[in-house]
Ligand binder design. Structure first.
Ligand code: GDP
Ligand code: CA
Length: 336
């Protein structure tokens, strides 16, 4: 069995860790491919930093800081402090000393001409994440955020990380632009992993700047729409709010309500209500949190999205594995 997951950082990584736990516990022989978001990537101080790929790699490889959810366990920030002592900017990005070694290896290999997918595979030789971790593209892509400009009535674009970390998504965003997407191609294996999958899973990653970004890479959305595999998603929105982070600010920027049902409607159904092909939707199935969002079942099922209400809080590994198990079970019921 081939399972393909489209993942951002923390939500995608933790879900995938639960998925691997579930597969082991149920003795299912499956290969898991994680297609990682690289729209969050940023180049700082000569280092190419891929936060979401690293979060997946460290989480699945046992090196993640469980408290923070990103970066390394036992991290120190000496280099960051030294940079601050020089007064160099930006000073808001969490650049850990251990983490810097990863960025150095990556940057050196990229400079030597290796594509990001090969670099990621090389880094994973150390971490053994138990999945094939593939960046969505080998091309340099960066999500930028359109915000108010310095002069009244003007607008400017800033890097996603500046909006997310420095401003904590607290200044109005008017749009997200994936810089470089027009000339970008999916990394080798990305479209095949979706096309040839037995199940495609959308973990509870940010629908706008994680999964939405991966879907913008040319060919990816079509591959998800047309794969023979069932496509099942897990809501990152519980009771009208993100479980963690500021996905509500991202959804507001693209005019989508922050609710489990609205995110599903935003992804859309792969079939219309009569079972015929829809006009471009992605989902066969959708999981919502039972205690808060059970009403979404009645709302979404008639739209052609098979919806189940189950516990969706990834509080520990067993709870997370159960979510993954529910996603796979739902996939079986919608398989054509
Ligand atoms: P990021 O790149 O680090 O922001 O991570 P992702 O995009 O992969 O995932 C972020 C999303 O994970 C957020 O919108 C959260 O609401 C969601 N999330 C985090 N923890 C949980 C959880 O326990 N349950 C659910 N359903 N969603 C979660
Ligand atoms: Ca991210």
């Amino acid at each position: 069995m081939q399972i393909t997951v489209l993942a951002g950082g923390i939500g995608g990584a933790r879900f995938t860790r639960g998925l691997l736990h579930h597969l082991r516990a149920t003795h299912v022989d499956a290969e898991v491919t994680v297609i990682g978001n690289t729209g969050d990537d940023i180049r700082l101080f000569g280092l190419q930093i891929c936060p979401d790929l690293d979060t997946v790699m460290y989480t699945l490889g046992g090196g993640i800081s469980e408290d923070r959810g990103w970066g390394r366990e036992g991290e120190t920030f000496t280099v960051k402090d030294e940079l601050a002592a020089y007064g160099v900017k930006p000073d808001w990005f969490g650049l850990g000393d251990r983490d810097i070694a990863t960025h150095l290896v990556r940057s050196q290999m990229l400079a030597a001409g290796y594509p990001l997918s090969a670099v990621t595979a090389a880094l994973c030789d150390r971490w053994r994440p138990g999945v094939s971790l593939v960046p969505m593209s080998d091309d340099r892509l960066e999500t930028h955020v359109v915000v108010d400009g310095d002069e009244p009535g003007t607008r400017k674009a800033i890097h996603f990380q500046e909006w997310w970390i420095r401003h904590r998504a607290g200044i109005p965003a008017y749009d997200f632009v994936l810089v470089g997407v027009d000339a970008a191609q999916p990394a080798p294996g990305v479209l095949e992993a979706i096309r040839d999958a037995d199940v495609v899973l959308l973990p509870p990653s940010n629908p706008v700047v994680s999964i939405g970004t991966i879907l913008q890479v040319p060919g990816v959305r079509d591959a998800v729409r047309t794969t023979a595999a069932p496509v099942v998603g897990v809501s990152p929105i519980v009771g009208g709010a993100p479980v963690r982070g500021m996905a509500d600010a991202c959804l507001a920027a693209i005019g989508v309500e922050t609710s489990a049902a609205a995110v599903a409607r935003h992804y859309g159904a792969r079939v219309d209500a009569t079972g015929g092909p829809s006009t471009g939707g992605l989902l066969d199935g959708w999981l919502v949190h039972d205690e808060t969002d059970a009403a979404a079942v009645g709302e979404l099922t008639p739209l052609g999205i098979a919806t189940r209400a189950v516990p969706l809080l990834m509080t520990d590994l067993d709870a997370t594995a159960a979510i993954a198990g529910e996603a796979l079970a739902l996939a079986e019921t919608v398989r054509r």
